[in-house]
Design a protein around this ligand. Structure first.
Ligand code: ZN
Ligand code: ZN
Length: 160
């Protein structure tokens, strides 16, 4: 028995990548076995019985809630039930919202840390975002484990 998992690339954070994957989802799904449903029912975990590749499936909100599948790294069901992988479409949407905010640094210090504040704010980029998230003026960073997307959204949320 053979599978065609290898013929699918890792999902990329571009609209086209998600468009394409939604179209292939019916086919991908036919050869996978469902391992688990996340408690909030927002996503599911699947495994290929042939090669063992794990896949996560969720519904892309901006695409009319259509389901799509993407490969995810190895994880136990228990670990996954504790925290699923981040949903690529949510990360993509977050990144495009972020891209619409101007983060021009000015010659003033952030009220919370030593970094430069940004235009129209008393805070630096990080703390400005945090304050907007507190008042729900900006969405929270998407929930879930990050896997291999780091290079695409390094603007904004970071650990430093
Ligand atoms: Zn496979
Ligand atoms: Zn700051």
């Amino acid at each position: 028995m053979e599978c065609d998992c290898h013929s699918y690339e890792d999902i990329e954070l571009y609209r086209e990548s998600i468009d394409k994957r939604i179209r292939k989802t019916g086919h991908i799904k036919t050869h996978l076995e469902q391992l688990a449903v996340f408690p909030d029912r927002s996503c599911t975990l699947w495994k290929c019985p042939v090669c063992g590749q794990l896949w996560q499936s969720s519904h892309a909100w901006k695409w009319g809630e259509r389901e799509y599948f993407y490969k995810v790294p190895a994880i136990t069901v228990a670990e996954w039930l504790d925290d699923h992988f981040v949903k690529p479409d949510e990360l993509l949407n977050y990144g495009s919202l972020l891209a619409h905010i101007s983060f021009v640094e000015i010659d003033q210090k952030c009220r919370k840390c030593g970094r430069n504040a940004i235009e129209y704010s008393v805070f630096c980029k990080k703390h400005h975002l945090e304050s907007m998230q507190k008042t729900h003026a900006f969405p929270e960073f998407p929930k879930g484990r990050i896997f291999d997307f780091h290079q695409h959204y390094d603007e904004g949320e970071s650990e430093n």
